[in-house]
Design a protein around this ligand. Structure first.
Ligand code: DGL
Length: 278
């Protein structure tokens, strides 16, 4: 007689893969580790092409799809988190068309920031690409139509976050210059950290702000969304440790930075054909 005991759920070591141009996705990893401890993660950074925020859109779409396809294959991932606003506001549709696993994106937290602001003046601190994207225009129209949104392109701060993670000294003048346009409107009380690199610098931003403001990022919301997606997939256990990949060389300081987030030394990610720099 066949047993009536239900067969155990299939278990897998397949990780959730986090993708960013650089270390910014580690701010999302922090939120994932807090909300989903024990879920195997993998990480890929396209550091050979960083920064993304100043590159042309047509080049970026092809590059992002090529890197994510290669990294999903290398890691055997069961879901992809695009932990990059610059990539998500441009390439989510292309990634979903190219991949058969669920893809979770990261977009600037305009909606919660608009709800939190008392004055109705909010800042959007992001890359040049993200502050000008139609996707961002739509988010602002849909959720912050009643607010004044001060858009600040702060590409230089991406490099500062990379330095922080590598244990290198930061440039205080560079930090102040990046933040300066936020302070011109005395009513601004809330700032969207619309680049995943920036939550890593949040304490530095706070220390340099001339008045208290609320900093809002997307990390916790992304982790909630990933939890929903994982509920629809077989459970996973970590059997091998969390792996990372990079498209370019990684300094000893950054290797230590990755280790601080639970990842092994990033391995080189082979790409099918090198994308010439735009
Ligand atoms: N971390 C990325 C983001 O969220 C961008 C960094 C870059 O410009 O490469 O937009």
């Amino acid at each position: 007689m066949p047993s009536s005991t239900p067969s155990p759920e299939p278990c897998t070591a397949a990780p959730v893969l986090i993708f960013d141009s650089g270390v910014g996705g580690l701010s999302v990893v922090r939120a994932l580790r807090a909300q989903l401890p024990g879920v195997p993660l993998a990480y890929v950074c396209d550091n050979a092409a960083m920064p993304y925020g100043t590159k042309p859109d047509h080049w970026l779409v092809q590059r992002i799809v090529a890197v994510c396809l290669a990294a999903v294959a290398a890691s055997g991932a069961r879901a992809l988190v695009v932990a990059c606003n610059t990539a998500s506001t441009l390439a989510l549709d292309a990634l979903r068309a190219a991949l058969s696993i669920p893809v979770v994106g990261t977009v600037p937290a305009i909606k919660p920031a608009a709800a939190l602001s008392g004055s109705g003046v909010i800042g959007l601190l992001a890359t040049s690409a993200t502050v000008t994207r139609p996707y961002t225009d739509k988010l602002i129209n849909d959720f912050a139509g009643h607010c004044t949104v001060v858009r600040v392109a702060a590409d230089g701060l991406v490099e500062q976050a990379e330095r922080l993670l590598a244990g290198e000294p930061l440039d205080d003048r560079g930090l102040d210059q990046g933040l300066a346009p936020l302070w011109r409107d005395a009513g601004l009380d809330t700032v969207v950290l619309g680049c995943t690199h920036f939550p890593l610098l949040r304490d530095r931003f706070d220390a340099r702000a001339p008045r208290p403001v609320q900093w809002v990022d997307s990390g916790a919301a992304i982790a909630r969304r990933v939890a929903q997606v994982l509920d629809t997939l077989p459970p996973a256990v970590n059997t091998t440790g969390d792996s990372a990949w990079a498209t370019g060389p990684v300094s000893p300081g950054l290797i230590r930075g990755f280790a601080g987030f639970g990842f092994g030394e990033p391995r080189p990610l082979p790409l099918p054909a090198p994308s010439p720099t735009p």
